[in-house]
Design a protein around this ligand. Structure first.
Ligand SMILES: CC(C)(COP(=O)(O)OP(=O)(O)OC[C@H]1O[C@@H](n2cnc3c(N)ncnc32)[C@H](O)[C@@H]1OP(=O)(O)O)[C@@H](O)C(=O)NCCC(=O)NCCS
Length: 189
């Protein structure tokens, strides 16, 4: 499929481009991105170039839809729908994201994710969007909870990444959910 551009009140979400390579490389030096996501660590400029190239292929074959979010000229986040599986009754996919350390705490993640989720349900035909995080990633879990995701359980050693295996939290949002925040049965402070 052709890459889709999404706009929110403060952000523009576009497919990753060559012009983003330097800022992606800089953002991915952050230890929290290395700790909580599956991006390569250490992260080199070649990793960002690979990402931009792979993203074009993912858009083309419809397997993943990934965006870079800018606030004005500032690259603030990367967000995507991964492992997209289409189904006649509605497909499913997994939401993944990072926000550049210098741009955190301004609500950019929730703003970008709402646009991606709306597009996923309305245009991509998803019925369910999944979310997973390494146990202890409270900022990500609070983000997912704020987006209306419902906690679904503990994935024992269920997440495999560059550091090895970790226990995971899992949650999901259905097209039919009301998106209001709900209580999660784990302590998120
Ligand atoms: C998770 C992450 C994307 C949140 O980005 P952000 O810009 O701070 O998010 P927002 O400003 O939109 O805030 C979203 C929610 O997270 C909460 N939050 C953000 N940072 C937090 C922190 N350090 N501790 C606790 N809660 C935090 C906000 O309070 C808000 O929740 P609330 O509505 O319940 O108050 C960011 O911390 C990040 O990039 N972390 C490293 C990469 C990562 O973990 N990716 C996800 C892997 S599953």
């Amino acid at each position: 499929m052709e890459p889709v551009e999404l706009r929110t009140s403060r952000l523009t979400l576009r497919a990753p481009a060559s012009a983003d390579v330097d800022a992606i490389t800089a953002a991915c030096q952050d230890p929290d991105i290395a700790r909580w996501t599956t991006v390569p660590s250490p992260y080199s400029r070649a990793d960002a170039e690979d990402y931009v190239r792979n993203a074009a292929e993912w858009w083309d074959d419809g397997s993943q839809t990934v965006w870079i979010a800018h606030a004005g000229a500032e690259l603030v986040a990367s967000i995507g729908l991964h492992h997209i599986v289409a189904h006649p009754t509605g497909g499913d996919a997994e939401l993944g994201y990072w926000v550049a350390a210098s741009a955190r705490g301004r609500g950019y993640l929730t703003e970008a994710a709402r646009a991606v989720i709306d597009w996923g349900f309305a245009d991509l035909g998803l019925a369910r969007i999944r979310w997973r995080a390494v146990v202890g990633n409270v900022p990500s879990a609070r983000s997912a909870r704020a987006l209306g995701f419902r906690y679904e359980g503990l994935l024992r050693q269920g997440l495999a990444g560059p550091r090895g295996r970790d226990d995971g939290w899992s949650a999901a949002l259905l097209r039919t959910d009301d998106r209001g925040p709900v209580d999660w049965p784990i302590d998120l402070g």
